[in-house]
Design a protein around this ligand. Sequence first.
Ligand code: TRP
Length: 329
Amino acid sequence: MKRFLTGVKPTGFAHLGNYFGAIKPAIELSKQKDSECLYFIADYHALTTVESGAEMEEYFYNIACTWLACGLDPEKVIFYRQSDIKEDFELNWILCNVTPKGLMNRAHAYKAMVEKNSENGVEKDDGVNMGLYNYPILMTADIVLFDTDFVPVGFDQKQHVEIARDIVHNFNLKYGKTLKEPNEYIDKNCATLVGLDGRKMSKSYNNTIRLFGTSGELKKSIMRIVTDSRLPGEPKDKECTVNKLFKLFASAEEAEKFENDLLAGLGWGEAKNRLFEVADRYISPMREKYNHYMAHKDEVDKILADGAVKARSIASKVLSRVRKAIGVK
Ligand code: TRP
């Protein structure tokens, strides 16, 4: 039995890139035999970017309800909120003491800030708070608190898992083998989506299609997809964004027909209408569940509270082992 653990930051509304790139593959993974999965909402990591309490609460429920609506089964997955796991923050502090400051200087989010500041000719640590600087240590605590084997992440998070291994290595060297070294798990089934402008779909490019907006909002977003200026009757490029997105929602047969129609000159307006139809058909049943959870947040709170109990029963044992190793009873 292998243990998989991953965290999701509530820093925005879930979009199609999140769904096909992370949520769907993670839910499929949780249905496999021989895997035990812990998925959590990393609300304390989101503090580095979220602007207010109201925003935090809004994004938090958006993410929690999204995962449940997309089929996360709380019987199969231990699903919880990071801030409920007090052990995490105790371990975080302990790990600070085996983490060289230089290792944090090399972490990519911090390094990117420093580089940006030097380009702008301002002081190198301008706008950097200790939450951002120590972010990889808390992430290490999140992971190793559960004796995690694998961390499903995208490429952008690979360095963080490497840092976690370094920190564990330092701890074990000093105190004897206590913590498990985690490995990143990069799923081949994860799709990287193109966004409205043809670049990778990402909140930072402002080119996303929201997963659970209304049907009308979905249509509006699809109509905003940038296309070339080829007229109806002219053959379209099969590598276009509209075709790439269509494939994700349609059956193989439908996708083949659509592609042939594009090559035969289907107009962009009609093509987008057809994309909207398959996307909405795919999303509608999940959207209904999402709306249900959003209207019954007490059910969501209960699921997360049960998840926290299960998670803490694992975490407390690992933390006891750590406290014993460092000589704290
Ligand atoms: N840093 C991750 C991200 O930005 C979120 C995260 C927090 C995480 N703690 C984690 C991911 C632990 C995996 C394991 O996406």
